[in-house]
Design a protein around this ligand. Structure first.
Ligand code: G6P
Length: 614
């Protein structure tokens, strides 16, 4: 949700910043802008994607060597996505430029006070208020830039990652964070600041993840200093990045989403790596093992997350109750935090997040932590805020996911949650030795079975071409496949803008059936052994109303083959793990439909990959 990148060094800053913005574009793409400094402050900003900004540069006279600058790609919160509201924002005297990710909640009262002091504003943003506020404090109190930033931030309520430059202090950049990520990259005679490490990795693997309430100042002299908002100097902890540049490229695929869908045999395998061995009959998560005593006392599991992560959590509810017989609840993080939930010390709270930065999920676990619950993170991005805020956890090891619609992170989350259910089941003695072994072998077989499904891409593409003009679609599933129906519908609406709903198959009769006619594609996930006949009846009900049925069935299925208009076969697997297979054709179906409708699959309108505002 807004991407930030800044550079200070000896190289030309502009190309580094533009390349960095392109890497961060998944965080927002309503507008983009840069501010460059070499004696004068030059600001370029433009509504639309980074490519629009580049064209704007061609039109403008941007000559000379700029070896420091800041850049931003925006997902609009305050104010429409237009040129004026685009970042960077500049102080009234034109000296200070600032980029911001987050929301300044008390901007209105600060703005009022600044207007009384004679400040005038050109944009509708909270960010412009902040840069004027810093200007006011700096000039009135005669402070350095870093001091003025720090003092201003002590008065700010909200969430932010900011980076600031000042024409009068041209050899430094100041950054700060609270509830929004900011990473400092330390290169040879150069520094980078960015929302994540992707713009940095090409130049250095030495980074510092700033903590909440820290202000960093980097200087051309090569020095850097981190202070807290209450002015205490911090001892920095330098981390080494374990990220390769080819992990953040498209690798020959036309889109990140397609690359990420096709990576799944590998990424699911990596999520299991070192955590399961069916020959020796064990499955475990290191993060659980370290806290086994505490975990054994857990009386209830609460899983929380947003979007696709919430769907993974729903599958975990089925897994944990079915395999480990432990009461489990799933909560939207945004609802959990505001509904005065009952949280007990013996609760085991699992926070699910690809990015590890989702504002609502982070706030939900902070609330649970205050109430004494044990927090476990299931997160993809290493070193992210949720990973650091939790007591323990397991990384899903899916590698960078750049397509805004989550695919490989979902299957990796479900894989780790399946391991969690097996670990809990073993600890609680709820699984017979035979069934446990069967489940282990079944889970290990997932990567090769996903590869088999991917080889049917052409057929899925053909089905997509048949239904691509629909205005609505319905996704039905039962039991383990109900959350998959929700996820399939979410994928379709996110990237193709077709209205789609996921429903428990049996609930269709209580409403959605009224919508069914010959124009309505109904995707039915019909792989469950346990409710097979019931799903067959549901398909008949759809056909009786002339709906178009696309059924996901188990290889060799005969009954549904005769009933459905189109079928996609997936390999047989133990029922608790069917979501890991049944979701894959739904990802491909959404991808092809979106592409055929001319949509931008990697950057769908209005969405952002990492939602760091409420
Ligand atoms: C956004 C993304 C979704 C994602 C959700 C939760 O809405 O567009 O793809 O599922 O946030 O994100 P998280 O990083 O917490 O999994």
């Amino acid at each position: 949700m807004c991407g930030i990148v800044a550079y200070l060094g000896n190289k030309q800053a502009y190309p580094i910043l533009i390349e960095g913005l392109k890497r961060l574009e998944y965080r927002g793409y309503d507008s983009a802008g840069v501010a460059l400094l070499n004696g004068d402050l030059t600001v370029l900003k433009k509504q639309g994607k980074v490519s629009a900004l580049e064209q704007h540069k061609e039109e403008s006279s941007l000559n000379g060597k700029f070896n420091m600058g800041i850049a931003h790609t925006r997902w609009a919160t305050h104010g429409a996505p237009n040129d004026i509201n685009a970042h960077p924002h500049v102080s009234g005297d034109g000296n200070i430029a600032l980029i911001h990710n987050g929301i300044i909640e008390n901007y209105a009262s600060i703005k009022e006070a600044l207007v009384e002091l004679g400040h005038t504003f050109t944009s509708d943003t909270d960010t412009e208020v902040l840069v004027h506020f810093i200007e006011e404090i700096k000039s009135k109190q005669n402070l350095s830039l870093e001091e003025a930033v720090r003092v201003a931030l002590t008065k700010i309520v909200g969430a932010y990652a900011i980076v600031v430059i000042d024409k009068n202090e041209p050899d430094k950049i100041v950054g700060a964070r609270l509830s929004s990520p900011l990473v400092l990259g330390i290169g040879e005679d150069e520094f980078f600041l960015a929302s994540d490490a992707t713009p940095i990795i090409k130049y250095t693997n030495k980074v510092i993840y700033l903590e909440d309430g820290e202000v960093v100042t980097v200087s051309r002299s090569g020095d850097y200093e981190i202070r807290t908002l209450d002015n205490k100097v911090q001892v920095p902890k330098i981390s080494e990045l374990d990220l390769k540049i080819d992990e953040i490229e498209k690798g020959g695929y036309p889109h990140y989403m397609l690359k990420e869908i096709f990576q799944q045999p590998k990424t699911i395998g990596e999520s299991m790596g070192g955590r399961i061995n069916s020959h020796e009959a064990w499955a475990m998560l290191g993060g659980m093992r370290q806290h086994e005593n505490r975990i054994k006392q857990s009386e209830r599991i609460v899983l929380t997350g947003c979007g696709t992560s919430w769907h993974a959590a729903m599958i975990a509810e089925y897994l944990l109750e079915d395999l480990a017989r432990i009461p489990t609840e799933v909560e939207y993080a945004s609802e959990f935090r505001y509904r005065n939930p009952i949280i007990r010390e013996n609760d085991f709270i699992v926070a699910l997040s690809q990015s590890g930065e989702t504002a609502d999920t982070l706030a939900a676990i902070k609330l649970a932590k205050e109430k004494g619950a044990f927090l476990y993170g299931v997160v993809n991005v290493i070193g992210s805020s949720i990973a650091r805020e939790t007591h323990s956890g397991s990384y899903i090891h899916a590698g960078p996911e750049i397509g805004v619609a989550s695919t490989k992170a979902f299957t990796s989350q479900v894989t780790v949650l399946a391991l969690m259910a097996l670990h809990f089941g073993k600890l609680r003695g709820t699984l017979s030795e035979d069934y446990y072994r069967k489940l282990l072998a079944s889970l290990e077989s997932v990567p090769s079975k996903v590869a088999r499904i991917l080889s049917k891409d052409d057929k899925i593409k053909y089905i997509a071409s048949e239904i691509k003009n629909a205005s609505n679609a319905l996704y039905l599933g039962r039991g383990y496949n109900f959350p998959v129906a929700l996820e399939g519908a979410l994928k379709l609406k996110e990237i193709s803008y077709i209205h789609a709903e996921g429903y428990p198959a049996a609930e269709m009769k209580h409403g959605p059936i009224a919508l069914i006619d010959m124009y309505m594609p109904v995707v039915v996930i019909a792989t469950n052994k346990s409710a097979y006949e019931k799903v067959v009846s549901n398909i008949q009900e759809v056909k009786a109303r002339k709906g178009v049925v696309i059924a996901i069935v188990t290889e060799g299925d005969k009954i549904i083959k005769d009933l459905a208009d189109y079928i996609i076969e997936i390999p047989e697997i133990e029922e608790p793990f069917t979501p890991l297979l049944s979701v894959v054709p739904l990802q491909l179906l959404a991808y092809h439909i979106a592409l055929m409708r001319g949509c931008n699959v990697d950057q769908p309108r209005n969405l952002a990959k990492s939602v760091t505002v409420e």
